[in-house]
Design a protein around this ligand. Sequence first.
Ligand code: ADP
Ligand code: TRP
Length: 320
Amino acid sequence: MRVLTGLQPSGALHVGNYFGSIRQMKQLQDNSDLFIFIANYHALTSLRDGKALKTNTLDAAINFLSLGIDPNKSTFWLQSDVKEVLELYWILSSYTPMGLLERAHSYKDKVAKGITANHALFSYPVLMAADILLYDSQVVPVGKDQIQHVEITRDIAIKFNNEFGDVLTIPEFKVDEIVATVPGIDGAKMSKSYGNTIYIFCTEKQLKKTTGKIVTDSTPLENPKDYSTCNIFALAKLFLDESGQDELKERYKKGGEGYGHFKIYLKELIWDYFEPARLKREYYLAHNDEVRDILNEGAKKARAIAAKKIEIIKDKVGIL
Ligand code: ADP
Ligand code: TRP
């Protein structure tokens, strides 16, 4: 089964990104035909600093490779390296009613927030449809905010097929309901926009500082503590197997340890958990050429499929 997803190169990754998304991608590359790319053309709709976009794009590739996206198990490339996607984007644009895009929540939300709309922001879902349809993707794993974009893709594809026969594969979206929301250091959903994140690739000193700021109640050190309402525990359990979780629960119940101890324990858990990723990242940061080679290889694999598909589509619509 072909599963496709696009990743925005949107800066430093946090623990919520890992447990809410990247870990699932690692499972998908083991048991499906995973197509995964860095959506740098999508990022261009909102990032107007060329140097920053280049850096973010390469950083994103390095971060995802370091955290376990494996180019031998998946097809991993840079969106802009397969130019057919822009050809398809234009062709699909000609088959996309304005009303379909005018209804897009994500566009309306951005405009409501005061973001100056450009045409690319408006037609963002058409590029996303091209990403999905160019590779005959069957399943698109998405966060809730992206469901409508896959629905728009389906609408465009169905409309196209009504005219030309069974040319495009109609994709399904898949929302992982089981994945719990990872809390930030204040207990609200961890998110860049709330300033409550624990970044994966920070220094040990920064990690100590951030985990030290996790909000707790004020139960005195000697007293038993309630792990079920504790933000430290909610984060620690992500890094522990069942017996590790049981041991930690016992420490909470016993009393005699303060939240300061649990914060230090959590810091150690996070630091050790991401140690292999950190080492890989250091390697890739020092070997940018290798990262480029990996992306080029991925683009080659993706292009082999894209080139055939675009020929069929161009032939149908009448582009010589
Ligand atoms: P942010 O809210 O920090 O801007 P993004 O929207 O860039 O995060 O998140 C990218 C992906 O990471 C999302 O699609 C979602 O699956 C996952 N994710 C982000 N934050 C969390 C969280 N707190 N809990 C679970 N998953 C998350
Ligand atoms: N719009 C997606 C996001 O913001 C990224 C993306 C671009 C994507 N193209 C895609 C996701 C195709 C899935 C399929 O997260």
